[in-house]
Design a protein around this ligand. Structure first.
Ligand code: FE2
Length: 321
């Protein structure tokens, strides 16, 4: 599809990559510097809604840069310019509600690397779009790198065709241990009470089951959550038949509080997981946040993460169906 929209000018950003003929991210700027105010942007988005969504699917990531977006209210207006319904976040990240559809992205310590993932990959319904807004760019580090998921599948198939097909056939099983709020110290460790929004065990179990998870309570008051079988890759409508690496094997395999094996219990070879981590890193796209940036990610096509950062850093998020 040719680029054709008089309301935006295509820009460039450091770190962008050409992937299978498409620039990731597609940088969209004001058509001229004086047309950078929020209201002009909102009318441009309203007017070009369908086109804009096509660009997100085509390029997987669209970065609005150079517009005068200053706070959560303005960001919320941008999100609401589209007709995408909100999807409630379920998962381990500690988030705070800021305004209407806007949340903090993750309040885990800035010193930690939040590993690459498709948002809510383990939940039945995934957001199609993850939209991020940079209110305060970090002085150093703190990038939100993202990775074209199909590239990971392609390279894993090149290097480990048998293992990939074996896992695909058997499916994956994940476990994740959450401590109780009463004895948690780690950042991932929001206790299970926070993760499931209740301190009642039976209710937590009902909610977990509804999400397709089994629970095993531990003597220390924590709980191990078991999920599976889950797929290794997925193909989604409208994404060129690409096989997305829609799993969280590298993030959860062999960790203190989590595991990933094949669904029948077969271990996934350590070297395969290690190499997969290297491939994800090699395929990743990095850009530096600038104040006022708004980044639209096609969550079905991209993994994303967060690099460790010096404070302050404020990135807000909205997730959409
Ligand atoms: Fe995320």
């Amino acid at each position: 599809m040719e680029f054709a929209c008089e309301d935006f000018k295509v820009g460039k950003c450091e770190g962008e990559k050409l992937v299978d003929g498409e620039t990731m991210p597609l940088v969209l700027q004001p058509p001229e510097p004086s047309k950078n105010d929020l209201n002009t942007l909102l009318s441009a988005l309203e007017k070009n809604k369908d086109w804009f969504e096509e660009m997100i699917i085509k390029n997987s990531a669209v970065l609005l840069r150079g517009f005068d977006v200053t706070n959560a209210e303005g960001f919320n207006d941008i999100v609401e310019a589209f007709d995408w319904p909100d999807i409630r976040y379920v998962g381990p990240a500690p988030r705070t509600h800021i305004y209407k559809r806007i949340w903090t992205a993750n309040e885990g310590p800035l010193s930690e690397f939040i590993y690459y993932h498709h948002e809510m990959v383990l939940i039945k319904e995934h957001p199609k779009k993850v939209i991020l807004f940079c209110e305060i760019p970090p002085p150093e580090g703190g990038e939100t790198p993202f990775v074209p998921s199909f590239c990971v599948t392609e390279r894993m198939l090149e290097e480990f065709p048998e293992v990939v097909e074996e896992i695909e056939e058997k499916g994956l099983k994940y476990t994740f241990t959450a401590l109780s709020n009463n004895n948690t110290t780690s950042m991932r460790g929001r206790g299970w009470e926070d993760a499931f929004g209740t301190s009642d065990r039976a209710e937590a179990e009902r909610r977990a089951n509804a999400l397709g998870m089994e629970m095993e309570w531990l003597p220390n008051g924590g709980v191990t959550t078991i999920l599976g079988p889950r797929p290794l890759t997925r193909v989604f409508d409208g994404r060129k038949g690409r096989r997305m690496w829609f799993n969280t094997v590298v993030g959860m395999h062999g960790k203190e509080l989590s595991s990933a094996t094949m669904a029948d219990g077969t271990e996934i070879p350590e070297r395969v997981v290690k190499r997969c981590g290297e491939i994800i890193e090699e395929e990743s796209i990095q850009f530096k946040w600038q104040k006022g940036d708004v980044l639209f990610l096609d969550n079905l096509a991209l993994l994303h993460g967060r690099r460790p950062s010096l404070p302050p850093r404020k990135v807000l998020v909205a997730t959409c169906k």
